[in-house]
Design a protein around this ligand. Structure first.
Ligand SMILES: *Cc1c(COP(=O)(O)O)cnc(C)c1O
Length: 361
């Protein structure tokens, strides 16, 4: 028998979540954000599941964009951070890949590349995130140059919100964005998941939801379930050992958990080398046989411990859900001081992945 840990990816849930994005998007077109291997869920299966639904796909790596084209996807594919080296430009042209343009030299590189076809470009506006993009005069010059140049086909303006899920909101960035180019009448791309769900005025012509497609909430204070989202990834394993310990005994490295009563400890085949967050401590929720209990002590590389004291029927072989169906990844992430994005992206290669489409097949 092999080690019992597995990740299950429910492509029907992915499509369900996409339908929710569609409802909020109204008439805006939707880039399904599939960067970072579709947030750890598997690039090709996820993109193929959305092939008939998404208006476009957005990701980072040119090689991934090419893989989507070779898998037969025809819709726009946007490189969210643009290309990294001018040597990549012929490939962008060959495969019809759309690039972000975020620094002035890129305009010149694209003009000088002598490409066999025009490129679609998303000019990145720095409206306050202060990561990538143009502001002020440089923005005006970039837009003027791209729209006048025969090297460019469609030009769209794109910006990214820093606090759409938080108290600062989006109005301050929208104001800056609009005041930088008051006469722009072309297409714009604005919203991530949080802005799409919370700010209808911040949709623009293209929205870019990521995390909501994978069934997590972008908001710390609103559970995914309340937004109608379904978990796509379920990380599951089994109890592989049980210890009965007396009050005063400790569990795991460093002995950070001390039993206050006689305690039944279940050992689960899942550790930080599988992608489970090592910073999750005692009390982090975990499902055993469908019932919620708590993590005990430190997470090891290949194992973790949980409390079976009040689950007398649980034992070796009992199914365990680390996150997913029945236990939101958001709750586990929050107990570990992080966000579900990081849990999903950290799923380790050694964990076998099963793709299902709806109930169990
Ligand atoms: C990752 C990313 C998104 C998607 O963000 P979510 O919070 O996952 O919806 C949208 N736009 C850009 C530029 C991104 O990098």
């Amino acid at each position: 028998m092999s080690r019992p840990i597995r990740a299950r990816i429910d492509l029907a849930a992915l499509r369900h979540n996409f339908a929710i994005a569609r409802r909020y998007a109204g008439t805006a077109r939707i880039f399904a954000v599939v960067k970072a291997n579709a947030y750890g869920h598997g690039l090709l299966p996820c993109a193929q599941a959305l092939a008939g639904l998404a208006d476009g796909f957005a990701l980072l790596d040119l090689a991934d964009a090419v893989a989507l084209r070779e898998a037969g996807l025809r819709q726009p594919i946007l490189l969210l951070e643009g290309y990294f080296d001018a040597a990549e430009l012929p490939t962008l042209a060959e495969y019809g890949i759309t690039t972000a343009v975020h620094r002035p030299e890129q305009l010149e590189e694209i003009e000088l590349a002598g490409l066999p076809r025009k490129l679609d470009a998303f000019i990145k506006v720095n409206s306050g995130m202060n990561r990538l993009g143009f502001t002020g005069e440089a923005l005006i010059a970039a837009v003027r140059r791209a729209t006048a140049s025969p090297a460019f086909a469609d030009v769209t303006l794109m910006t990214h919100f820093a606090d759409a899920d938080g108290p600062r909101g989006v109005a301050w960035q929208l104001d800056r964005f609009r005041s930088m180019l008051p006469c722009w009448a072309g297409p714009v791309s604005l919203a991530n998941s949080a802005a799409l769900l919370r700010y209808p005025e911040a949709r623009g012509d293209w929205v870019r939801p990521g995390i909501l497609l994978y069934g997590s909430s972008p908001f710390a204070d609103i559970p995914a379930e309340q937004l109608g989202l379904k978990p796509v990834m379920t990380l599951a394993s089994e109890i592989i050992g049980v210890q009965e310990i007396a009050a005063g005994e400790r569990v795991g490295y460093g002995g950070t958990f001390t039993a206050e009563r006689r305690t039944r400890v279940g050992i689960v085949a899942c550790g930080y080398a599988d992608g489970y967050p090592r910073h999750a401590g005692t009390g982090t929720p975990i499902l055993v046989g469908g019932r919620c209990t708590r993590l005990l002590g430190r997470v090891s590389m290949d194992m973790l411990a949980c409390d079976l004291t009040d689950l007398p029927n649980a034992g070796v072989g009992s199914p365990v859900t680390l996150w997913g169906e029945g236990l939101s990844a958001d709750e586990v992430a929050s107990a570990a001081g992080t966000i579900s994005y990081e849990l999903f992206c950290a799923l380790a290669r050694r964990v076998p992945v099963d793709f299902i489409d709806g109930e169990g097949n």
